[in-house]
Design a protein around this ligand. Structure first.
Ligand SMILES: NC(=O)c1ccc[n+]([C@@H]2O[C@H](COP(=O)([O-])OP(=O)(O)OC[C@H]3O[C@@H](n4cnc5c(N)ncnc54)[C@H](O)[C@@H]3O)[C@@H](O)[C@H]2O)c1
Length: 313
C-alpha cells in the first residue's frame, strides 16, 4: 500500500514537530515546511535520518511548491505567542492570509484535505463563557493582538470559502492553550515563563491582579484531537482544549510548589486586550470526534518540567 503523503507547515515548531512524530507513527510520508522564524531544527533533528521524512526550509507566505502527490496539508505555520507576533506583526498577518491562500491553492491542485490551526484567540476577550464554537467573539481589530486574532479569523473565512466555492475538503481546529515539551522557554507564554522563572529562582511575573483564567491542554491530547478531526467529516470549526480552568495566581502557586522554588509572585500591569477568561466548551469534540483530554495538568507538567530542566541546565 502506498503511504499517505502529508505536508505539515510550521513543522519545526512546538505543535508542528509533534504532528510530524504522530503522522510518521501512522506510517505516513511527512514533509515538514518551515522558515524557522520561531521554530527550531532541534525539534525535528531526531527525524532527519528517516527516508519517510523531508524538510523544506521555506516561507509559506511565498508561492509554495511541493512535487508529487499530497493527501493532507496541516497548516500550522504562524508565530503563536504574544511576544513573537508583536515582534513580527506583518509576517503574522501574511502567514495567516497569504500563506493560507497559497496552501489552499496547493490543496486544490493536489486534491488534498486541508486542516488549519486556528485558535481560541478568534473569540478575543470573550463575553460568553465557556466559549462554544457558535460564539463569534469580541476582538479589537486595531489593538496590538489584532494582527494575530484577525489573521486567524481571516484564515478561517478563506478556508471556509474554498470549501464552499471549490468543494475543497477542509477542517478547522480552534486550539486552546496547549503545553508540553518543545515549547520555548522564552516565548512569553505564561506556562514556560513561570517554569523558567521558577527554575532560575526568579519571582514569577503575573499580569494584572492574577485573577484572569486560563485552561491548559497537554500536547498529546491536542495531537490526538487534531488527528481525529482530520479523519472526521466535520467541516465546521471544533474547539480542542482542556476545560480545567485555573486562575493565573493559582497556576503560579502550582508551579512554585512543583519546582520546589522559593520564588514569590510579582505583579505588572495587564497588557492591552489580554483576555480575562479562557475555557473551551468541548461538547462538539466529544460528540463528533469522541475526544476529550486524558491527561490532567499535573500529569502533563511532569514531562514538560523535565524537558525545561534539561534546557535550563
Ligand atoms: N501552542 C498553542 O497553545 C496554540 C494555541 C492556539 C493556536 N496555535 C496555533 O498552532 C500553530 C503552531 O503554534 P506553536 O505553538 O507550535 O508555535 P511555534 O512558534 O512553536 O511554531 C510555529 C512554526 O511556524 C513557523 N513559521 C512561522 N511563520 C512561517 C512562515 N511564513 N513560513 C514557514 N514557517 C513559518 C515557525 O518557524 C515555527 O516553527 C500556530 O498556527 C498557532 O497559531 C497554537
Amino acid at each position: 500500500m502506498t503511504k499517505k503523503r502529508v505536508l505539515i507547515t510550521g513543522g519545526a515548531g512546538f505543535l508542528g514537530s509533534h504532528l510530524c512524530d504522530r503522522f510518521l507513527a501512522e506510517r505516513c510520508h511527512v514533509i515538514a515546511m518551515d522558515n524557522l522564524i520561531t521554530g527550531s531544527l532541534e525539534n525535528i533533528e531526531h527525524l532527519f535520518h528517516r527516508e519517510d521524512f523531508e524538510f523544506y526550509h521555506h516561507d509559506v507566505s511565498k508561492f509554495v511548491h511541493v512535487s508529487g502527490d499530497l493527501d493532507y496539508i496541516l497548516h500550522f505555520a504562524s508565530p503563536a505567542s504574544p511576544i513573537d507576533y508583536l515582534k513580527i506583526p506583518i509576517q503574522t498577518l501574511k502567514v495567516g492570509s497569504l500563506g493560507t491562500h497559497n496552501l489552499l491553492g496547493l490543496a486544490k491542485a493536489k486534491g488534498a484535505r486541508m486542516l488549519i490551526a486556528s485558535t481560541s484567540e478568534v473569540y478575543g476577550d470573550p463575553l460568553v463563557h465557556p466559549q462554544t464554537e457558535e460564539y463569534w467573539g469580541n476582538v479589537n481589530p486595531v489593538g496590538p493582538r489584532g494582527v494575530y486574532d484577525e489573521a486567524k479569523r481571516f484564515q478561517e473565512a478563506m478556508t471556509m470559502a474554498y470549501h464552499t466555492y471549490h468543494g475543497l475538503e477542509t477542517r478547522i481546529v480552534r486550539i486552546f492553550n496547549t503545553f508540553g515539551p518543545r515549547m520555548r522557554l522564552d516565548d512569553g507564554r505564561v506556562l514556560p515563563a513561570f517554569i523558567g522563572q521558577a527554575l532560575r529562582g526568579e519571582d514569577l511575573t503575573a499580569f494584572g491582579d492574577g485573577s484572569q483564567t486560563r485552561s491548559f491542554c497537554y500536547v498529546d491530547d491536542l495531537i490526538e484531537g487534531i488527528y481525529r478531526l482530520l479523519m472526521s467529516d466535520c467541516v465546521d470549526p471544533v474547539n480542542i482544549g482542556n476545560p480545567d480552568e485555573i486562575t493565573i495566581n493559582q497556576f503560579a502557586e502550582e508551579i512554585i510548589k512543583l519546582t520546589g522554588s522559593q520564588s514569590k509572585i510579582i505583579y505588572k500591569p495587564l497588557p492591552k486586550d489580554d483576555p480575562m477568561q479562557r475555557q473551551p466548551n468541548i461538547t462538539k469534540a466529544k460528540e463528533v470526534l469522541g475526544w476529550e483530554p486524558k491527561y490532567s495538568r499535573n500529569e502533563g507538567l511532569k514531562p514538560t518540567l523535565e524537558y525545561f530542566q534539561n534546557k535550563v541546565k
